[in-house]
Design a protein around this ligand. Structure first.
Ligand code: NAP
Length: 472
């Protein structure tokens, strides 16, 4: 059998493993094995690529492998679970940067005259697309990272004529791309290459800038998709079939996730990209919409126990604060105690709770909360008025009633978990901190709401200790 057939057969096997692995990631019970299977597929793809006779020398590949392994291992060991969303954004960005570098290397190779491409128009087009999409993904992801890490404001940053400026830059990038593909003069080609490379990097930053607040999950999944599309285009440049397939898989699954996130936010993608949603909250006018009224009513761990002890229907609503305090294990313990005490317990998961898609599901799975106890927003809202207690653990934006009732709110229209409809609401948070979108929350001031202040894990430990003291 000739080497090419062997290599392509191994690539097909790797691709099949990716697809089966991806499918298995969709269920909690099979996710670990799915991850392993995809990893085996990637190992096969790497080994076979290294054996490819087109590789002329290995020293730089080895340097890259060693450096990547050392950095990857160090990150895996040192990055805190709470910093995973930032890590994911960074890896997305590096995916885009890697594709951009492949495109730039191809440009330099052809410019250096060492190779003449078989199909110059096709090669130039995919090189352009790789750099354009890779550049936007890189700087866009870095901006998203800065927002997630709170190095930059999570709010949308908007200014007059922003969309026109972005539109003009996009047009200039497209024109430079066309010039790059059709021009013959080396100077013109170099100029076009420089223009679209720089503009793609600027565009990544400026396109994410006017998106903020609750719309960030959509942007993050879209950047994830773009990193796959850039890798796919890079696969065409280096004519590597498995990179094309893997890039397509990342690109399409990212697109599906983007569609799910848009649905969860009740917004179209165009609205997310161009509306400037999540910029500064409107000033509240006396007596008008947007005015937050009422008082915060603290509750102790002992009194929280008394309320929960009598409850028969309990819904737990986790949010980003649960991730910060790493309270998932003690939450599971509390849920088990409530069940032993005769209550029915549900976990209501908002699709954008936390800081990355599936954030709450991952944490609760880590704590071995049974999958059957997790309920989606659409399923829990109709039964919310029958809940004796809703325990809100470090969630804020995803339970903000302004989204359903206050037309002047920037999050108006975003579906929320209707915690405020439960008979009693107990909110766990450290103080008066706002959520990611920086908005005040009327839920905390409602007559049926009590505030259990403190780090969520410590507060829950206090409540669990009360249950234990009664031998539950
Ligand atoms: P959130 O609105 O960000 O609110 C988190 C709350 O947790 C804060 O009000 C904070 O109040 C509290 N908190 C923080 N640390 C705590 C601790 N150690 N113990 C107890 N409470 C703590 O969270 P969310 O309701 O989950 O909403 C997620 C937001 O992030 C949405 O706006 C979403 O659009 C956005 N976002 C999501 C993703 C995604 O993919 N899921 C990505 C990017 C952005 P205190 O400071 O007073 O404690």
């Amino acid at each position: 059998m000739n080497a090419e057939i062997l290599i392509n057969s191994a690539y097909i096997l790797a691709s099949i493993l990716f697809i089966i692995g991806l499918k298995m990631l969709g269920r909690q019970g099979t996710a670990r094995r799915g991850n392993l299977l995809s990893g085996v597929g990637m190992l096969i793809a790497i080994v076979v690529t290294l054996l490819d006779q087109q590789v002329i020398e290995y020293q730089w590949i080895i340097v890259g492998l060693v450096a990547g392994t050392v950095i990857g291992l160090a990150c895996a060991r040192s990055v805190a679970m709470t910093a995973m969303p930032e890590m994911v954004a960074l890896l997305n960005g590096f995916g885009g940067l890697a594709s951009l570098i492949v495109g730039a290397a191809e440009f330099l190779r052809i410019r250096g005259g060492t190779v003449v491409p078989e199909d110059p128009v096709f090669t130039a087009t995919v090189t352009y697309l790789t750099i354009l999409i890779g550049g936007i993904t890189f700087t866009g992801s870095i901006y998203a990272l800065c927002k997630l890490a709170e190095w930059l404001s999570g709010r949308a940053i908007t200014f007059g004529g922003q969309h026109i400026v972005n539109g003009l830059m996009l047009i200039a990038t497209l024109v430079a791309g066309v010039v790059y593909v059709v021009a013959g003069d080396p100077q013109t080609v170099l100029l076009a290459f420089a223009v679209f490379t720089v503009l793609s990097l600027v565009l990544g930053w400026t396109l994410v800038m006017p998106i903020g607040g609750g719309d960030m999950p959509v942007v993050i999944s879209m950047l994830n998709s773009l990193s796959g599309i850039a890798a796919c285009a890079a696969g065409f440049i280096i004519r590597n079939n498995v990179l094309v397939v893997a890039g397509c898989l990342v690109g399409t699954s990212g697109l599906i996730l983007t569609a799910i996130m848009c649905k969860a936010m009740n917004r179209s993608l165009a609205h997310v990209l161009f509306s400037g949603f999540g910029s500064a909250p409107p000033a509240a006018t006396a007596g008008g919409e947007g005015v937050i009224q009422g008082e915060l009513k603290p509750i102790s761990a002992e009194d929280t126990f008394a309320v929960l002890e009598a409850a028969r229907q309990v819904v737990i609503i986790p949010g980003y604060g649960m991730a910060v305090s790493q309270a998932q294990h003690i939450v599971r313990e509390l849920a088990e105690m409530l069940e032993r005490n005769g209550a029915e317990v549900r976990f209501a998961i908002h699709p954008v709770a936390g800081r990355m898609p599936g954030h709450m599901n991952v944490l609760l799975a880590e704590a071995s909360v049974p999958y059957e106890q997790l309920v989606e927003m659409d399923a829990v809202n109709p039964v919310m008025p029958t809940m004796d207690v809703a325990i809100v653990i470090g969630a804020n934006d995803v339970v903000n009633p302004a989204a359903t009732s206050d037309k002047s709110s920037p999050i108006y229209g975003m579906p929320i978990i209707n915690a405020h409809e439960a008979r009693t609401v107990i909110c766990l948070k450290r103080g008066k901190g706002t959520g990611f979108s920086g908005l005040e929350n009327q839920l905390f001031l409602l007559p049926n709401t009590r505030m259990l202040y403190g780090d969520a894990k410590a507060s829950l430990q206090g409540v669990v200790a009360e249950f234990k003291s009664l031998g539950v």
